[in-house]
Design a protein around this ligand. Structure first.
Ligand code: GDP
Ligand code: MN
Length: 377
């Protein structure tokens, strides 16, 4: 997921002609005066922390300033702040528009219906999760013809706007669809979409670019995403590796088995701290690399749950034993293995010879690893 900060989202909006307040991003209070001037931002202005988390309005990360000095002070106060775990490094200065009404519009992917989904609500400004379901209109969009006239009218009706404002929303929806499609977005959200005079203006922008399309967007290559440093290394090595906040490492093969393993672990009071999906690989070198990465995450115990279908249990076991040898003594952890399937007996023998607890029952092995990590939470 390439989540774009508001100012980057708005840069995309600007490129497509979405109406926006005048704005400029700064990284230090010393840039404020020049930024206000060069972008022609009148006072009073809005000073907004550029973090990915929502709820900035309520959390004091959106401020107003009526003089240049106040804008500098607000920038100074916001930069370096930690907002929901994220340090503010960039601040967006914007003209403060007189808002008549705050609306909500978005385009996202409804994965269960396998269709783009347009949403609109007259209750904008607040987080959409807190808006009553009945106040949100949802329209699924066939990607081939795109957002159609009658669908736009449904959305506009939900927003409760008429006349010139409605026409302004109508062209905005066309642009939103164009952005969603051409920029490979999985989310384009405007909250609030403000009614200002007889038109609408995007006061906020939340854009997420689909990961699988990121190769088509070199312009976002430098966007910091929420991967941890270890996840970053894993990504380079093409290893499916995700860090969570528990203390048990999970190694499994295939997304289905990996997810199911996490669930069973949680069921027995275990807290997964990192998981690794070996996929179809039984390349001992790759298994070793993945395992060493797991060791760096410092799990209390590791559960290996492998089904040998295409993958052979003995090759995975060989890779694993080799990897265990390479783990530095201070990073060692207890390992509980459950390997089933192809060449199972050979695999189990290799693991047992290396001192690994190797069980065949899922419940027993999960309980063993939870105990090894210090008992159920
Ligand atoms: P979020 O809370 O993180 O989603 O941040 P938003 O960008 O949505 O801003 C939160 C709130 O600040 C908005 O709902 C508006 O009420 C207010 N706000 C943001 N920009 C402006 C502006 O240009 N003019 C005025 N009057 N209010 C603004
Ligand atoms: Mn918002």
């Amino acid at each position: 997921m390439v989540k774009l900060a508001e100012w980057r989202g708005k840069e995309i909006f600007r490129k497509y002609g979405v109406p926006l307040p005048k704005g400029h991003v700064v990284r230090s209070p010393s840039e404020v005066a020049a930024a206000l001037q060069s972008a022609g931002i009148p006072l009073p202005c809005v000073v907004k922390a550029q973090v990915l988390a929502g709820g900035r309005g309520k959390g004091g990360a959106v401020r107003f300033a009526s003089t240049v000095a106040e804008a500098e002070a607000a920038t100074q106060a916001i930069l370096g702040l930690e907002f929901k775990g994220e340090v503010v490094r960039e601040v967006l200065l914007e003209e403060k528009l007189p808002i008549a009404k705050e609306l909500y519009v978005s385009l996202t992917l409804d994965r269960s219906r396998r269709l783009p989904l347009a949403m609109a609500s007259a209750q904008g400004g607040v987080e959409v999760e807190t808006v009553d379901e009945s106040a949100i209109v949802r329209v699924h969009v066939d990607p081939f013809p795109g957002l159609l006239g009658y669908q736009k009218r449904q959305l506009i009706a939900a927003l409760g706007v008429t006349g010139p404002v409605a026409r302004s929303v109508d062209s905005l929806l066309d642009l939103l669809w164009k952005i969603f499609e051409e920029e490979d977005a999985e989310l384009v959200e405007i909250n609030p979409l403000a009614v200002v005079g007889d038109r609408v203006v995007a006061l906020d922008a939340k854009v997420i670019i689909e990961d699988d399309a990121s190769f088509r967007h070199p312009e976002f290559a430098d966007v910091k995403d929420d991967r941890t440093p270890l996840e970053e290394i894993a990504r380079e090595k093409e290893i499916a590796f995700v860090q969570l906040d528990g203390n048990i490492g999970v190694i499994a093969n295939g997304a289905g088995l990996t997810m199911a393993t996490l669930d069973v672990l949680a069921e027995f009071g275990g807290k997964p701290g990192v998981f690794l999906d070996l996929g179809g690989t039984d390349d001992p070198k790759k298994v070793t690399e993945a395992f060493l990465l797991m060791a760096q995450a410092k799990p209390k115990a590791v559960f290996l749950n492998i089904f040998g279908g295409v993958t052979r249990c003995d090759t995975v076991a060989t890779g694993l034993v080799e990897a265990m040898r390479q783990v530095p003594p201070d990073a060692k952890f207890p390992l509980v293995a459950r390997i089933r399937g192809n060449n199972e007996a050979e695999g189990v023998a290799i693991l047992r010879a290396a001192g690994v607890t190797s069980l065949s029952d899922l419940k027993e092995s999960v309980q063993a690893v939870v105990a090894a990590a210090g008992g159920p939470a």
